[in-house]
Design a protein around this ligand. Sequence first.
Ligand SMILES: CCOC(=O)c1cnc2ccc(OC)cc2c1SCCC#N
Length: 389
Amino acid sequence: KRHKFWETQPVGQFKDLGDASLPEGPIEPPTPLAEVKQEPYNLPSPYEWTTCDLDSEDMCNEVYVLLTNNYVEDDENMFRFNYSKEFLRWALHPPGYYKSWHIGVRVKTSKKLVAFITGVPAKIRARDTVVVMAEINFLCVHKKLRSKRLAPVMIKEVTRRVHLENIWQAAYTAGVVLPTPVSTCQYWHRSLNPKKLIDVGFSRLGARMTMSRTIKLYKLPDHTITPGFRKMELHDVPAVTRLLRNYLKQFVVAPDFDENDVEHWLLPKEDVVDSFLVESPETHEITDFCSFYTLPSSILGNQNYSTLKAAYSYYNVSTKTPWIQLMNDALIVAKRKDFDVFNALDVMHNETFLKELKFGPGDGKLHYYLYNYRIKHVLRPSELGLVLL
Ligand SMILES: CCOC(=O)c1cnc2ccc(OC)cc2c1SCCC#N
C-alpha cells in the first residue's frame, strides 16, 4: 500500500506517466469557496491545532527547538538542518504571507509543540502561465510521534487553509520519491574547510593525498577578483529585478519575482542571505548577480564539532562575467565569512561551474513536486529555475 495518502491527491500519479493525452495545467478545478471545509480536520484526541506566530519570540523559539531536534537528517544521520530563528522569520514572512498557514500541533495537556507545517504564497510561472501557489515547507513531526499518520492530516489541513485563500496549487520538495517528481536534482558540495569535513566524516582524504595537500587543493584567494563586484543594496532592487526576471524566463518552472519579492528574498540579511552583483565600472550597468543563503546543520555525534556552517547557492545570473569567475567570487566571499561548505543543486546553469570549481556530487537527491498542476514531461534540472529553502 505504497503512497496510500498520495494516491488520493490531485498530483501526477505514476500510472499516468506514459499518458501524453493528459493536458498540462491544473489537475482539478477550484472548489467554490463555500464548499471548502470550514472547520479544521480532526487530529488524534491527545493533540490540538495551533497557529504559530513567528513574530512572538516564545513561539518562534518553540518552532526553532522543535526543528533543531526533529527536522530532516541526512541518510547517515551525520547532520540535521538547524534553521535559525532569523532565517525562519525570513522564510515565512514574505510579501503577502498568511499567519494561518504557519500550523503547529500541540499536546492538549502539556501544550508542547510536537509538529509543524508551513505554507507561503508565491507567484510561480509554469511555462507561459503564472500561478499563485503555496510553497509548502518545514513539515516536521517529533521523533517520538512518527508513524502515527500525523503527516497526512497536517498536509490536508494546510491544503484546506490554502484553499480558503482561493489558492489551488502548491510546490514542495522532498528527499523521498512521491507521486510524481516534476524534476529530480542532485546536491553538489564545495569544501571550504576540508579539514573539518574530513574530521566529521563527510569527506575522506583522497588516495595519495595528505591533509596539507588537500587544504591547498581547496584554497581560495583572500579577495574577489571581478571588477565592480559588490554587495547588493536597496537601491539596486529595480535593476536586479530586471536582470533576474530576464534570466529566469528561459526555465520551464521559475518564480515570477516582482520588486517587492526581490527586496524580501535577495537583499542581504546578516546570517540569513548574502547577495552580490557586478556593476560595470565603465557603464554602471548591473551585469551579473550571485546569492547564497545560510543554513547551518547540527553535526550529530562528533566530539570536536557541533555545527556545520553551510552556504546554499540561491539565485545567480551571469551576462558578462563568466560563470566560473562569478561563482568563484561567491566561494571566496563564503570562505571569508567562515562557511565550511558551499552547496549547490544542479538546477539552472549550475552544472556549468560545478566540476571546474571543485564541487563534488552529494549522495542526496532532491525531488521537486507540484500539487494540482501537471507538467507534461519530467524536467531536467537545467530546465528548473526554482530554489526552495
Ligand atoms: C557537507 C555537505 O552536506 C551538507 O551540507 C548537509 C548538511 N546538512 C544536512 C542536513 C540534512 C540533510 O538531509 C537530507 C542533508 C544535509 C546535508 S547534504 C544535503 C543538503 C545539501 N547540500
